[in-house]
Each structure stands twice: as structure tokens, then as C-alpha cells.
Ligand binder design. Structure first.
Ligand code: PA5
Length: 448
């Protein structure tokens, strides 16, 4: 297969302006590839599509096959980078109602998520749904100490042990965590869970193509060989630092150009509801990588055409601090023809016989130009179709563009120091031992 991602910058930046950024691109490329850039200890994702652990990959495929046999439902417990890539993939590539399809009409197990918030209502409701089903759990946490998945796992592990007994529950729990350290690794070793590795040199938000994403994605019946092949082709396609030949770097450069022109928000807009979690994954990747040192584009998203009936007004006519990146697919996963109806009360018979995808595509083209006319620069990324190969390619495209953008911005794209602040306050307010002074101070502030 060959690379077919297309990037159109006609409505975002002129060739002359883009070329002015070639020296910055070269510098960022050099920082990333030489390993001399900030956070270089977390660049294992860069050659992952060729260097990944083949033995573990086979173990993942075997475990996924066992899960598909043994379970109606896989519960993926994780948050942030330990969950968004999986959800993005499942929502884009699976049937829109995958979990509701009868077992013999879906390629893999139903997948539910837990541990991505602290809602007791959600967890109770989830337990209602899985009550009479055969369940397997994949608990995913690199650190092994993240509060949200840890609490969900406490509940669900207890539930599994009550349902299956300790020995069978142990066989039905898979842990994806650090190779050697952390509370989850320790527990998995003590209990004898089969474990998979989050590599040391890959941070959460760059980890979708490791066991973090691959095990649940394969269990849902998605072809992880094709996913990795797409990523490998992207790795080869985006190796050279020349803007002329590297679409990934052109995207990074265009974003930086617009940021330097005063744009502070990038809105990723897509026209298929299956992209909802792909854009959430993208938001985490760019928000956590670039939003630091009081810098960075704010990543926002739109689901279109749905949001044209809510946020459309603002995009067209509100404060001009944003630009739009539109993500489209040439072919939808499935299409439909618009029927002719006798009465034609809605006046749409002129569309009879056209495909719904054609209407969606024309809506996209018209909206794009309307937004450009309204002062919203536009970047357009197009892929042939939503399949595992193209998604693997797109994951790598966005990851590498993000690293290059971060270095162009002058930040470390691989750390997330800001995420710690809420945790400190939460632990203090919950009375965690060691946080006594902070607790008193925060409570005084809350009483004011
Ligand atoms: O990108 C990141 O590093 C974070 O979003 C983490 O993935 C998230 O906080 C979950 O961390 P962990 O896998 O350690 O539970």
C-alpha cells in the first residue's frame, strides 16, 4: 500500500511564508532525530513502527484471540493516553453500534471503558450492563498509581472475584503497565495476571501503537497488522526534513505560521461521528504537548455538520482568533442513496439518487469556503477511507507533527508538568497522608 494522505494548505499559508519556516523545521527535525531535544528520553514512538517488540506483538494477538473467545465484553480501564487512542480507533473503525450488535455479527468482543473519570453513577451503570455477560478486563496504567483507573479497578476486580472466584478472575485480567516498576506491576506479579508493557521511552499520549492500544483494539476485531503497516509507511514518508516533500512537516509549519500570526485556537473539524474520539485523542496529544510555559495553540474540536447548528455561528462570525483543520475521508465506511418521495414536502427530491456522502462532502466544501470568507484560515487533511491502515498512518502523522511543532514552539513536547497541580490539590483535600499542610491551606481558601 502507499501513502495517500493529502494536505491542502491553499487557505492557510502561502508557499513563500511556509518556506520562511524551513530553517525552523530543520532545527526541530535535528533536535528530534539527534536525540538532543528536550524530553528526548520519550521519543521511542519515533521508530516504533519498525522497532516494536515482535514477540510481544504475537503475545498480544494470542491474548486478543483468547479474549474474543472467552468474553462477550472487554472492559478497558485507563485514562488519558492509556485510553483515548483505543477509543479513537474503535469508534472510527467499528460499527457505530458495535457493542449492541449480536455476537455473531461483530468481529470481536464488545468494549466498554472505565476509569476515565470519577463518576460513581457511571461505574454502577456499567456494572448493570455487564452483569450477565462474560467479562475480561484490561487495566492500563503506565505509572500504576493514577487515581481514576485505580479506583475503577478496585471495584471491578472485586466484582470479577465475586463473579468468577479468585483463580478464574486472575485469568480474565490483563495488565498493561511499566516493564518493571509501579503499583500495578507489583499487583499483577503478585496475582499472576498476564502483563504487557508500556515502554519506558514512550509517554502516554504517544502510546496508542504499543500494547496500550494494540491489545484492546485487536480484541475488538481490528487488524493491528494493518494499523502498524500504516504507521510504518508514515514513518518512511515523513523522514526527510524538506518542507517540499514532507506533508507532516508542512502541517507543523502551517500551524506555527498561524500561531505567529496571532491565532491561538486550532479547531479540528470532522464530518463523521466516528471521529469524535479521534479528535479527543488529537486534543490530548497537542494540548498536553504544547500547552506549557504560557504558550501553545489551544486545541478544540467540532463534529460537523452537527455543530454547525450550535458552534457554527461562532466559527463563522465570532472573535477571529482561530483557524480550522478539517479532516475528511474520500469514502465513508458505508454509504446510502437519498430516496425520491412522492410528496417532496421538504423539497429535497433534487437530491434523489445522490449518495449521502456526496451531500456531506458538498456541505464540507461549502462550509470550508464560508469559514475562509469569514476570516478563518483552513488546513485540509484528506484520507482515502477510515480503515486500520490509514488510521495507523494518521496517528503517526499527528504524533510527528506534534513533536516538530513543540520544538518549533520552544517547549518540551514530551512532559506534562501541569497535570500534577490538580492531583496535589485533590490528594490534599482528600486527606492523603503527607499533604496535611496543603489541606489546611486549601480548605481555608475554599471557605472564603
Ligand atoms: O499522556 C500522558 O502521559 C497522560 O495522559 C497519561 O496517559 C495519563 O495520565 C494516564 O497515566 P497512567 O498511564 O500512568 O495511568
Amino acid at each position: 500500500m502507499s501513502t495517500q494522505l493529502r494536505l491542502d494548505l491553499t487557505h492557510a499559508v502561502t508557499d513563500t511564508d511556509l518556506q520562511l519556516l524551513q530553517p525552523n523545521i530543520l532545527e526541530a527535525h535535528e533536535l528530534l532525530h539527534s536525540g538532543r531535544g528536550a524530553g528526548s528520553e520519550f521519543t521511542g514512538w519515533l521508530d516504533l513502527p519498525s522497532s516494536f517488540d515482535r514477540e510481544e506483538f504475537i503475545r498480544i494477538q494470542n491474548a486478543a484471540a483468547r479474549i474474543r473467545c472467552a468474553a462477550d465484553v472487554l472492559i478497558v480501564i485507563g485514562i488519558g493516553g492509556s485510553y483515548l487512542g483505543t477509543r479513537a480507533t474503535l469508534e472510527l473503525l467499528s460499527h457505530s453500534f458495535h457493542n449492541q450488535l449480536p455476537r455473531d455479527r461483530r468481529p470481536g468482543t464488545a468494549v466498554y471503558f472505565a476509569g476515565h473519570q470519577l463518576s460513581p453513577t457511571y461505574l454502577n451503570d456499567l456494572i448493570d450492563i455487564i452483569g450477565d455477560k462474560d467479562v475480561v478486563i484490561n487495566v492500563i496504567s503506565k505509572s500504576g498509581t493514577t487515581t481514576e483507573p485505580a479506583i475503577a479497578f478496585r471495584h471491578l476486580r472485586q466484582w470479577m472475584e465475586q463473579k468468577y472466584g479468585q483463580a478464574e478472575a486472575r485469568r480474565r485480567i490483563y495488565a498493561t503497565t511499566d516493564r518493571a516498576r509501579g503499583a500495578l506491576k507489583q499487583l499483577a506479579d503478585d496475582e499472576g495476571y498476564e502483563t504487557f508493557v508500556v515502554p519506558d521511552d514512550i509517554g502516554g499520549r504517544y502510546s496508542v501503537l504499543t500494547a496500550v492500544g494494540l491489545l484492546p483494539i485487536a480484541a475488538a476485531g481490528i487488524d493491528i497488522n494493518a494499523l502498524m503497516a500504516g504507521a510504518a509507511d508514515a514513518m518512511n514518508a515523513y523522514r526527510e526534513p524538506s518542507l517540499a516533500s514532507n506533508a507532516c512537516y508542512r502541517y507543523a509549519a502551517a500551524r506555527q505560521h498561524l500561531y505567529r500570526q496571532g491565532k491561538s485556537i486550532e479547531v479540528l473539524a470532522a464530518y463523521e461521528p466516528g471521529t469524535q474520539y479521534l479528535v479527543e485523542w488529537w486534543k490530548q496529544l497537542y494540548g498536553e504537548s504544547e500547552g506549557k510555559d504560557n504558550k501553545g495553540l489551544f486545541p478544540a474540536s467540532l463534529q460537523l455538520t452537527t455543530d454547525l447548528h450550535s458552534m457554527g455561528q461562532y466559527i463563522q462570525d465570532g472573535l477571529r482568533q482561530l483557524f480550522e483543520t478539517v479532516l475528511t475521508f474520500d469514502r465513508p465506511r458505508r454509504d446510502l442513496q437519498i430516496p425520491r418521495v412522492e410528496s417532496d414536502g421538504d423539497g429535497l427530491n433534487f437530491l434523489a439518487g445522490q449518495s449521502m456522502h456526496y451531500v456531506n462532502e458538498r456541505a464540507m466544501a461549502g462550509t470550508l469556503l464560508a469559514h475562509v470568507d469569514g476570516g478563518v484560515p483552513n488546513i485540509h487533511i484528506a484520507l482515502p477511507e477510515p480503515d486500520a491502515y490509514n488510521l495507523g498512518h494518521l496517528f503517526y502523522f499527528f504524533e510527528k507533527a506534534c513533536a516538530i511543532s513543540g520544538y518549533m514552539l520552544g517547549v518540551n513536547p514530551f512532559d506534562q508538568p501541569g497535570v500534577e497541580s490538580y492531583k496535589k490539590n485533590m490528594f490534599a483535600l482528600l486527606g492523603k497522608p503527607g499533604y496535611e499542610a496543603a489541606k489546611a491551606e486549601l480548605e481555608k481558601r475554599l471557605q472564603r
